[in-house]
Design a protein around this ligand. Structure first.
Ligand code: CAO
Length: 399
């Protein structure tokens, strides 16, 4: 038998990752891919599974510990690898060593760049975290646009009005009755911070519209009779939105650097999914190439992954536009908050059955209310009106 140390894998966003659950204990017999711990970063919760069949000999971490790539979190006892495999492993190690020097140089070069493309050293990141400053807003003056301490200081001086999230004072509320205190998950806390920042820094306008979905409802119900997965109205809304984003690329853009407009030539739609840990926004990539059934499949897949804490970095990054649907729950209308660096978001409410007069005849119709919140620095009312009207006519024609 042989003991192997299990280490935290590359998480892409290794900073500030916390263990929220340890799923095994000493003596547990595991199969390869059985979950061992659950990590939570600011963007998602994810399971770290076992790479081996074996028995847990030791757990080296506790719930609540912060960890990063390489941290040893457990020791597992596995069957000795055969000699043939060891020789192969040795050869592999030698060839690995050949690339070590170059690899190290590469790592040093990339050390301060995270997956968001922010180039800053640990000290600058620490101060930024403490002061809740979004480093994405600072243009670095160092090599490879590295953000220096001076860049950070200058940003702080010129943004004296940065507002922090406001919290009520617990003491002042204690006198009025019994209560209990609940800790908030990292995802909820990060969500609160991002939403506050978005609301405070982007001039939001909301535009409301309704579409008659009677035609697509009939098609959807017919499809559901033969489809192995449930198709909801959301799949149609995502499809219509992707067509509208192709026609109105301004909606598929970001304000970057010192105010330039980056218009993206790919359409990746983030879908807000409600989970026990809070709201997460997994992304359906290149939606415009997908058919309704494939979109429905993707919605199902990402929501299962989100709720099972299986989302990886690639699942939650790269969205160009977001849709938040409360259609399964209820409500007449709402104005969603933009998910930066995007410039607009659609909110979908619950469809209702109404009697409508069509060519002088009273007909049963299903009407879907939906809304668009947009960044008024980039989009004006006419753009928003055209975009929403296009979605309406696309849906009403039938997809
Ligand atoms: N109007 C009427 N009915 C609707 C509807 C709409 N706009 N949208 C969905 N429905 C129906 C579905 O057809 C389904 O009906 P049946 O149970 O009869 O088949 C039911 O409502 C439940 O749908 P769903 O919510 O499971 O599926 P979805 O594809 O509409 O949504 C998902 C998937 C992942 C987006 C959703 O489950 C979710 O998490 N929504 C919450 C998102 C959220 O919190 N947004 C708020 C962010 S702002 O803080």
């Amino acid at each position: 038998m042989k003991e192997i140390e299990l280490k935290i894998p590359n998480l892409g966003e290794a900073e500030d990752t916390e263990i929220i659950e340890i799923s095994v204990q000493k003596g547990d017999i595991l199969c390869k891919n059985d979950p061992i711990i659950v990590l939570e970063s600011e963007k998602a919760a994810m399971e770290v599974p076992s790479d081996f069949d074996g028995t847990i000999k030791e757990i080296k971490v506790r719930e609540g510990d912060s960890v990063k790539e390489g941290t040893v979190f457990a020791v597992i006892e596995v069957e000795e690898i055969s000699q043939h495999k060891e020789v192969k492993q040795e050869t592999q190690n030698i060839s690995d060593k050949k690339i070590t020097v170059d690899d190290k140089a590469q790592k040093i070069e990339n050390f301060s760049i995270d997956f968001n493309g922010i180039n800053a050293g640990p000290a600058v990141r620490k101060i930024a975290r403490e002061l809740e400053i979004d480093l994405k807003k600072i243009i670095g003056s160092g090599k490879n646009k590295m953000i220096t301490k001076d860049d950070l200081k200058n940003f702080i001086h010129s943004n004296n009005n940065i507002q922090k999230i406001e919290y009520a004072d617990l003491k002042s509320l204690e006198a009025f009755g019994d209560y209990e205190i609940e800790n908030q998950s990292k995802i909820r806390k990060a969500g609160a911070k991002n939403l506050t920042q978005s609301w405070q820094s982007i001039p939001h306008v909301s535009h409301f519209e309704e579409a008659d979905i009677s035609k697509i409802e009939k098609q959807r119900k017919d499809l559901n009779k033969i489809s192995s997965i449930k198709i909801t109205p959301l799949a149609y809304i995502i499809k219509a939105t992707s067509l509208a984003l192709e026609k109105f690329p301004l909606m598929n853009s970001s304000l970057v650097d010192d105010g330039k407009l980056m218009i993206k030539k790919y359409i990746n739609i983030g879908v807000a999914v409600n989970t026990d840990q809070g709201l997460v926004v997994p992304v359906i990539k290149n939606v415009n190439n997908l058919k309704i059934g494939q979109i429905a499949e993707s919605i199902l897949e990402i929501s299962i992954k989100a709720r099972d804490k299986k989302l990886m970095k690639d699942d939650i990054t790269g969205s160009t536009f977001t849709i938040s649907s409360l259609g399964g729950i209820g409500g007449a209308a709402f104005s969603p908050i933009i998910n930066p660096p995007e410039v607009a978001i659609i909110g979908v409410s619950r469809a209702k059955n109404v009697a409508k007069i069509e060519n002088g005849i009273l007909v049963d119709s299903t009407i879907l209310p939906y809304s668009l919140s947009y960044d008024h620095r980039v989009i004006n009312g006419v753009d928003a009106g055209n975009f929403m009207t296009f979605i309406k006519s696309t849906i009403e024609k039938g997809l």
